[in-house]
Structure formats: structure tokens, C-alpha cells
Design a protein around this ligand. Structure first.
Ligand SMILES: Cc1cc2nc3c(=O)[nH]c(=O)nc-3n(C[C@H](O)[C@H](O)[C@H](O)COP(=O)(O)OP(=O)(O)OC[C@H]3O[C@@H](n4cnc5c(N)ncnc54)[C@H](O)[C@@H]3O)c2cc1C
Length: 380
């Protein structure tokens, strides 16, 4: 009889590899040929996630260290947001190889999972080459289109596409700053970004929740904005992908199966980022298996931003603002010298009333401020 593992983890991304860091009697199966490839990501990760997981940053897998976030408004005004703890632009291939290096679980690549069944207490996980692997516990860390979520939990989640390229540019890139561009006419229900990779390369992308022509928007962004700011450019690699959107909460534990990361739609409702949440979920899923109490898993991760329904409403409110309103928010932040924490203080309220568009949206804006105040009180 073939070995029965305690845990099978489907997916060797940041979530699955982090779960595998804590589990000896575990097997990770992934369809990819090489850990870390293909990259489909802007590679930004806040420092707080590495701190929490006790991982020391290493130049081998860090492309840039970020201490500034610039918000660029429709009227091209630039707001420098003072970032509290900052973060990194990873070299995601090397980062995932590092995670694989500290993983206790066995990793097997080129194993695409095609079928999952349960016989008695044992999960039977079948791959495309007709192999069957068995385990007591199952972790689905297999990304936005998760087969574990679809087969075991019978859950679907909405996804939205992002277009992104690693781009070489003519002018020097500011390697300490990420740039986020908001413009409801050019990128409806979304934003465009520049994340620095080196002095002359950057991950440049665009995500939009609207039913719009992403390709045309991206072309417009490259020709009108990138050319103006960074000169001529050359596409080096397509790193586009999809982001899951957890419009409604889904179950995360069923019959000793657990969902981790994008498989459980654990992306931040404001930024769409999911690496850090996936890693923390992986850690907690593994620990709940070790303590033989998998039902405690959802409560251990409920502090993550992806479970804060208020943030989903905040996101909806924010994207309902038109360009003139966004520009007025910028004017207020500009006066506060980019200190976003200034917005936590309700004494700014009279200033909103002086702005015609904000005045029209004052109740929506107040709701946004309440959510923001509560959110910044949450533990990191
Ligand atoms: C364009 C873009 C930009 C992004 N930028 C950022 C960013 O800057 N910062 C950030 O935090 N997040 C970002 N994200 C989101 C981030 O990439 C994900 O949230 C993160 O990768 C989730 O990690 P994960 O381990 O849950 O899943 P994944 O990284 O998707 O890993 C899932 C793994 O499962 C494997 N797999 C899937 N199906 C099967 C199967 N049937 N059998 C075997 N293996 C399978 C895949 O090969 C993959 O290795 C971005 C996403 C996109 C699309």
C-alpha cells in the first residue's frame, strides 16, 4: 500500500510553500516545471508580513526596497504618501525558491491535479499522469482557479484580469517608490501602477473591474503616461494574470480540507495584493493541522484584510467617486503633506465641506473615513 501522507498541499506558490514550512509529513504537488515560474505578479510585499513570519529580508530575493507610495490623480497631481513601515519589490522567482528551501514538506513538480475524491477518511488526489496520492488532510493553495475549491467546496469566485509587463525604460526609475494612478475615465474601477525592479526596469500594469478594453487602456497608459515619465520603452516579459474577488465570504474548511491564499480569494480588497495574506493563511492552516483542530483555522486568520467586509464597501465607495472628486481628495491630502493618517482626524471634516464635489458625496466620504479609522486600529 502506498504511503498515506498526513497532508497533501496542492500548489507551490507563497501560500502552499509557507504551509509546507511547518509540516514534516506533507507532500506539495504543483503543475509547474520550475518553482517561481511563470511570474504573474507586480511582486510588492509589505514588510509587516515578513516580520510576522520571522523571515529576514535577503538581497537575493529583493529587487527594490520601498519607502514611498505616490498616488497620481486624474489631474496628474502627485501625492507622496508617507508609508509607515514600507515594503519590498520581490524577485518572486528567487523568493519562492527561498521558501521552497526552508520547506519541510516534500515538493513534486509537473504534477497537475485533475481529480480529488474522498474514500472514508482519506483524500485521494489524482494527477494528469494517473498517479494517486493519499492524505488525511488536504490544503488547496492552488491559486485563483483552484481545483480544490471547485471540486471539494463546490465554490466559484469572481476573478478579474490584470494586464502587466516587465518593461525596460529609457529614463532612470526611482527604486524606492511605487506609483499608483487613479483615473475613473482611463482605468474605471481600477488603477494602473509602476513598481520598480531596477534602475531601468519596472513592473507596469493595469487592473480594471469595469467591462472595458484593458488592452486599449494599457496601450494608452504606456503611450501617454510612461513615455512622458520614463521615455521610450521595451516590453521584456508578459506577467499578466487574474485576481480572485471575494464578493461573498466562502467556506474555508470542509472535511479536513482547507483553502489558503488565492484559492480562498484572500486578496486585499483595496490593493488586490495577496502574497502576504496567502503566506499567513498557509502558516495558520499548517498550525491548525498540527494542533488537530482544523476548524479553528478561519478564526485564526479572520484579522486579515480580505475578511473585512467594511473594506469591500470602502472599495465600492472609493470607485464610485468621479475624477473631480478624486482630485479634491488629492487637494486635501496635499495640504496634509501626504500624511494619510491625517484623514483619521475628524477635524478635517469642515475642509471637505468647502470642496463642492466632496460636499455632494459627504455621507459616502464619512463612511469611508469610519472604515479607514477602524481598519487602521486592526492588528497587523
Ligand atoms: C498582475 C498581477 C499582479 C499582482 N501583484 C501583486 C503584488 O504586487 N503584491 C501582492 O501581494 N499580490 C499581487 N498579486 C496577487 C498575488 O500574485 C497572489 O495573491 C499570490 O500569488 C497568491 O499566492 P497563492 O500561493 O495563494 O497562489 P499562487 O501564487 O497562484 O500559487 C498557486 C500554485 O498552484 C499551482 N496550481 C494551480 N492549479 C493546480 C493544479 N490543478 N495542480 C497542481 N498545481 C496547481 C500553480 O502552478 C501555482 O504554483 C498580483 C496578481 C496579479 C495577477
Amino acid at each position: 500500500m502506498e504511503r498515506i501522507f498526513e497532508t497533501i498541499i496542492v500548489g507551490a506558490g507563497p501560500g502552499g510553500l509557507t504551509a509546507g514550512r511547518y509540516l514534516d509529513d506533507a507532500l506539495i504537488l504543483d503543475q509547474k516545471e520550475e518553482i517561481g515560474l511563470p511570474v504573474q505578479c507586480a511582486e510588492g510585499l509589505a514588510k509587516k508580513f515578513l516580520d510576522r513570519l520571522g523571515i529576514q529580508p535577503n538581497p537575493n530575493w529583493i529587487s527594490a526596497t520601498i519607502d514611498n507610495t505616490q498616488i497620481i490623480l486624474p489631474n496628474e497631481k502627485v501625492i507622496n504618501l508617507r508609508v509607515k513601515n514600507g515594503g519590498y519589490i520581490l524577485d518572486r522567482v528567487n523568493f519562492e525558491k527561498f521558501l521552497a528551501g526552508i520547506c519541510r514538506a516534500e515538493i513534486r513538480l509537473q504534477k497537475r491535479v485533475t481529480e480529488i475524491e474522498k474514500e472514508g477518511e482519506i483524500w485521494q488526489v489524482k494527477t494528469q499522469n494517473n498517479e494517486t496520492f493519499r492524505s488525511k488532510y488536504l490544503i488547496g493553495a492552488d491559486g485563483p482557479l483552484s481545483i480544490v475549491r471547485r471540486k471539494v467546496f463546490q465554490e466559484e469566485v469572481a476573478v478579474y484580469p490584470c494586464l502587466e509587463y516587465l518593461v525596460e525604460v529609457e529614463k532612470e526609475v526611482d527604486c524606492s517608490t511605487i506609483k499608483i494612478y487613479f483615473d475613473q475615465e482611463r482605468f474605471p474601477l481600477g488603477y494602473a501602477w509602476i513598481f520598480p525592479k531596477s534602475k531601468n526596469t519596472a513592473n507596469i500594469g493595469l487592473g480594471s473591474g469595469g467591462k472595458t478594453d484593458l488592452k486599449a487602456q494599457f496601450k494608452d497608459f504606456m503611450e501617454k503616461t510612461i513615455k512622458k515619465e520614463l521615455g521610450n520603452y521595451k516590453f521584456l516579459k508578459n506577467i499578466s494574470g487574474i485576481i480572485p474577488w471575494g464578493k461573498k465570504p466562502i467556506k474555508l474548511v470542509k472535511d479536513n480540507a482547507l483553502l489558503v491564499g488565492d484559492a480562498g480569494a484572500m486578496v486585499d480588497p483595496i490593493s488586490g495584493g495577496g502574497i502576504g495574506n496567502a503566506m499567513i493563511a498557509g502558516e495558520q492552516a499548517a498550525k491548525s493541522i498540527l494542533s488537530k483542530n482544523v476548524n479553528s483555522y478561519p478564526s485564526k486568520i479572520k484579522f486579515l484584510s480580505c475578511f473585512n467586509r467594511d473594506l469591500f464597501s470602502a472599495q465600492k465607495i472609493f470607485y464610485s467617486f468621479d475624477n473631480p472628486t478624486l482630485n479634491e481628495i488629492g487637494e486635501i491630502l496635499e495640504k496634509a503633506d501626504g500624511d494619510i493618517f491625517y484623514l483619521k482626524n475628524f477635524s478635517v471634516f469642515p475642509k471637505f465641506l468647502l470642496k463642492p464635489n466632496l460636499r455632494k458625496n459627504i455621507f459616502k466620504f464619512l463612511k469611508l473615513l469610519f472604515v479607514y479609522r477602524n481598519y487602521t486600529r486592526l492588528p497587523n
